[in-house]
Design a protein around this ligand. Structure first.
Ligand SMILES: NC(=O)c1ccc[n+]([C@@H]2O[C@H](COP(=O)([O-])OP(=O)(O)OC[C@H]3O[C@@H](n4cnc5c(N)ncnc54)[C@H](OP(=O)(O)O)[C@@H]3O)[C@@H](O)[C@H]2O)c1
Length: 369
């Protein structure tokens, strides 16, 4: 099987590339600015440059840009003819970017991928589209795997752009495109080790909170966040690709075994002596404008981007991925949260920051040394 994989150097993409190649697929990894594929555990993935004939069990890289027509690929026609299936992982995933960035990469990028898999004059190429469980936006109650547009509002431009992209994929499916959709929730460290290659998104929020940069947030103790191990997400994407006949036409929520409430977060954070534990304040009585100046900057630039997540109680249906893989993630509950935090502490991402050289020198000067 020859697989064209966009976003191949990303957190999920690299794990998908390594797994597919290990199972004998010939992977054509579309890379963008970063040409290097690195496993979640930090090991580099060996790649070979495109030579027109991708070999089973290898990862070939090609440089492209999904915002461009024909994905900015010089080898567009040859790749389109070679690919047995396309896995679309490329996206802008961080919050707080300008609308046009999400439109360009997440929405137009998906449109360009759809043009590749649905040529006017040739057979369609099956597509596995990686979306997000948070296309649910601020939907209340249960969000089923078959649901998409429930009239929900959106808390971030990111999730709205992913919703628009998935809507285009669904319309293409209704027009005959063989496609499957995988919707991961919030992707975090590996099941057994808690290791994560990059501390993105929710980890940045945890850093601002545990360092006490932001001390109170508008939210409810019973709001919940779904954290899914990166290796589980990669397993779901790979299974949907290699067993496409079983995945076609279906949507897979790639979720943790069970969501964590904000109370779970406070309980576990309180076990770490160097961590500040945020206070949750009812959203109706919270005002960022009343925060001290520095705290307000951290709130507006980091924590506030996730504001709606601190009050959501949506329940994601969790049937299809567990059925496809035959399991839910084994890591769960407070022990898994501790594992994630322990790893971040061990590598120095979380924890009381050491004084800078300037601060240390200022301390010595104060002591008269
Ligand atoms: N991480 C999560 O918590 C999470 C949760 C739910 C869903 N997802 C979805 O899962 C997918 C993969 O996410 P991830 O966590 O692996 O993200 P990631 O680590 O940020 O990787 C995204 C990849 O997309 C590439 N990319 C960005 N702009 C591009 C462009 N214009 N053309 C081609 N490639 C481009 C990036 O390449 P460069 O860095 O070289 O630009 C990067 O390799 C995304 O669709 C995301 O929406 C992620």
């Amino acid at each position: 099987m020859i697989v064209l994989l966009t976003g191949a150097a990303g957190l999920i993409g690299a794990e998908v590339a390594a797994r597919l190649a290990a199972k004998g697929a010939a992977v054509i990894g579309l890379v963008h600015r970063n040409p290097n594929l690195t496993r979640n555990n930090g090991r580099p993935i060996r790649t070979v440059p495109w030579n027109g004939a991708p070999r089973p069990g290898t990862v070939t890289t090609v440089t492209g840009d999904v915002t461009q027509p024909r994905l900015g690929l010089e080898q567009y026609n040859a790749i389109r003819e070679a690919a047995d299936i396309v896995v679309h992982c490329a996206a802008i995933t961080d919050f707080g970017r300008a609308q046009h960035v999400y439109d360009g990469v997440n929405v137009n990028g998906t449109d360009h991928v759809l043009r590749l898999v649905r040529p006017r004059d040739a057979r369609p190429v099956p597509l596995v589209h990686v979306s997000t469980a948070y296309v649910c936006g601020e939907h209340e109650g249960t969000f089923r795997e078959a649901d998409l547009d429930t009239g929900q509002s959106f808390g971030t431009a990111y999730e709205q752009s992913k919703f628009r992209a998935e809507t285009m994929v669904r319309e293409a499916q209704e027009g005959g495109l063989p496609a499957a959709v995988v919707r991961p929730s919030i992707v975090v460290g590996a099941e057994r080790t808690g290791v994560v290659r990059e501390f993105q998104n929710m980890y940045v929020v945890l850093k601002a909170l545990t360092e006490g940069r932001v001390r109170s947030i508008p939210g409810y103790y019973d709001a919940h966040l779904d954290l899914v191990p990166v290796d589980y997400v990669a397993d779901v994407v790979v299974e949907a690709t290699l067993r496409f006949a079983a995945a076609e036409g279906r949507t897979f929520h790639a979720l943790g075994a069970a969501p964590h409430t904000l109370r779970d977060f406070s309980d576990v954070l309180a076990e770490y002596p160097t961590f500040h534990v945020p206070r949750y304040i009812p959203p109706s009585s919270f005002s960022a404008e009343k925060l001290p100046a520095t705290e307000r900057i951290y709130y507006e630039r980091i924590v506030g981007l996730y504001e709606t997540y601190f009050r959501r109680t949506v329940v994601h249906e969790n049937v299809n991925a567990a059925e496809l893989l035959g399991r839910k993630p084994g890591a769960q509950g407070l022990p898994y949260l501790r594992r994630l935090l322990d790893h971040a502490l061990k590598v120095g991402y979380l924890g009381t920051p050491l004084p800078s050289v300037d601060e240390a020198l200022a301390g010595l000067a104060k002591e008269g040394r």
